[in-house]
Design a protein around this ligand. Structure first.
Ligand code: KDG
Length: 315
């Protein structure tokens, strides 16, 4: 049985090697990325059995992503190929106009992953995992992806898996009302919700985490975690609410931190760690990811995450 399965779009990330507007950047580094693939890579690095569902173009970028994700030890037996559509790519502009922040430009419309549909799902595979993770990006890719996302979540739930959702509402992909309607429908079947204040404003009309959390529990999930970047996280198990600060490190590129947190937290829970320790491992994973370019390169093992936590506790 797989510990964690996710479904979504893996993309090649071209990360600017210099800070500034993309029109002035001459060189880019190539990385394997995409929110859901990042999460299954975290699980694999943390010693769990993970699997990834997607569709890749039969192009060089698709082959690169397949080899990289497989090389991380993720089960890619349910990855499909599409010879009629390209693999999605995107560019990262770093540090402009806000130092320490990054801006994403996608080239993913009509991509192979956006052609994923219900008929691509292997029901028995999805039904048989311990945790199924999805983000708000996958249902935003196309109508077929929306249907497939809802179906996958409901299959996983019926099979007895815990379902986790990171809202990740991307305004480039859909408008607020569509996002709200679709994600609220999916949330009926979700046990663990990861969200940020902007997305909670969209979903329940409340950006203040303390006021948003009870409203978010009401729409389904038993665990709600509000990610606030440098301001840390506020996490609720229902009765107990915990606040954890972030760990301050020099930021090279913040993209991928949320996925590293999600993957670290979920992997720790699946491995039997308690709620607070799982939150700490997630924070350590997210912290390390922002120190380098690329979403996956600095994802730690549980041991390395613990080393980071110990180092900062001792300071
Ligand atoms: O979460 C990191 C992602 O933003 C990145 O890898 C690309 O999946 C991606 C997206 O849709 O933004």
């Amino acid at each position: 049985m797989l510990d964690l399965i996710s479904m979504g779009e893996a993309m090649v990330q071209f990360n600017a090697t210099s800070v500034g507007p993309l029109r002035t950047v001459n060189c880019f580094e190539k990385h394997s990325a995409g929110a859901e693939s990042n999460v299954v890579v975290v699980a694999s690095r943390m010693g769990l059995k993970s699997g990834f569902i997607t569709k890749l173009g039969t192009d060089e970028f698709g082959r690169y992503l397949f080899n990289t994700i497989r090389g991380e030890g993720v089960d890619v037996s349910r990855v499909k190929w599409d010879n009629k559509a390209p693999t999605g790519i995107y560019f990262i502009q770093r540090g402009y106009p806000i130092p320490g922040q990054s801006i994403l430009t996608y080239y993913r419309k009509g991509s192979a992953a956006s052609r994923l549909g219900k008929s691509d799902l292997d029901f028995n595979y999805i039904r048989g995992c311990k945790t199924f993770h999805i983000t708000g990006i996958t249902p935003a890719l196309s109508e077929t992806c929306r249907v497939a996302s809802k179906e996958a979540v409901s299959l996983a739930k019926k099979g007895g898996a815990k379902v986790s959702l990171d809202t990740n509402i991307r305004p480039q992909l859909w408008d607020r009302e569509e996002a709200k309607k679709t994600i609220l429908e999916i949330l009926n079947n979700v046990d663990i919700l990861l969200i940020d204040p902007t997305d909670s404003g969209i979903l329940v009309g409340e950006i203040n985490p303390h006021r948003a959390i009870p409203k978010l529990h009401k729409v389904g999930p038993e665990i709600v975690i509000v990610k606030m970047g440098v301001d840390g996280i506020i996490a609720s198990e229902g009765k107990k609410i915990v606040r954890k600060p972030s760990i301050q490190v020099p930021v090279t590129d913040p993209i991928g931190a949320g996925d590293a947190f999600a993957g670290g937290f979920l992997s720790s829970l699946i491995s039997g760690l308690d709620f607070e320790e799982a939150l700490d491992i997630g924070i350590a994973a997210g912290t390390l990811v922002v120190t380098t370019m690329g979403d996956q390169e600095s994802i730690p093992s549980i041991e390395d995450a613990r080393k980071l936590l110990k180092y900062f506790k001792g300071r």
